[in-house]
Design a protein around this ligand. Structure first.
Ligand SMILES: [Zn+2]
Length: 174
């Protein structure tokens, strides 16, 4: 069933494989309990100005080439961002899901991926990338996670209501 040439073992419990959601994804190669720290989200620490610049550049790029993911910029704190777009950062391949089973665990200037629930063998790891609501930009980050809860966009849960109201308003206009 699995195409061996397309599977890359990351460590003893994770592998990188083709995902139905977006290109590649990270999957559990064995059952993983809840609250397990899995791997570090590594990258380059940059200031906010540089982070915003790179984020905008990658959005432009993904508009031209949809196979490119939007952005790997993670907010570390109020001063710095972490650009996870490096070869050794396998955590960047974890896709967004509206019903995630992992979360970011940020300690100091480092970010880790931690499970929030038990993950079954062959299940895909999913994170909520928690993008803030932005009426002009939300449509640039579509979500195809396939969950019954899917909002259609990569958005923090706190903003789901705003999206709903916005979409309702839009449909009334037509
Ligand atoms: Zn979704």
């Amino acid at each position: 069933m699995t195409q061996k040439n397309k599977v890359h073992q990351i460590n003893d419990c994770l592998c990188l494989c083709e995902s139905k959601i977006h290109n590649k994804g990270v999957f559990a190669s064995k059952e993983i309990p809840a609250k397990t720290t899995l791997l570090e989200y590594t990258g380059e620490l940059i200031n906010k100005e540089e982070g915003t610049k790179r984020e905008n550049e990658s959005i432009e790029q993904s508009k031209k080439d949809p196979t490119k993911a939007g952005t790997y910029i993670l907010e570390i704190d109020e001063e710095q961002d972490l650009d996870g777009d490096t070869e050794e950062n396998y955590a960047k391949y974890i896709n967004h899901g509206c019903e995630p089973n992992c979360e970011f665990d940020i300690k100091g200037k480092k970010a880790w991926i931690k499970t929030t629930k038990k993950i079954n063998k062959n299940e895909e790891l999913l994170l909520n990338y928690g993008f803030e609501w932005n009426e002009k930009k939300y449509h640039l980050h579509p979500c195809k996670c396939g969950s019954p809860k899917c909002t259609g966009y990569i958005l923090e849960e706190e903003s789901w209501q705003k999206l709903k109201e916005h979409l309702n308003k839009k449909s009334l206009k037509h």
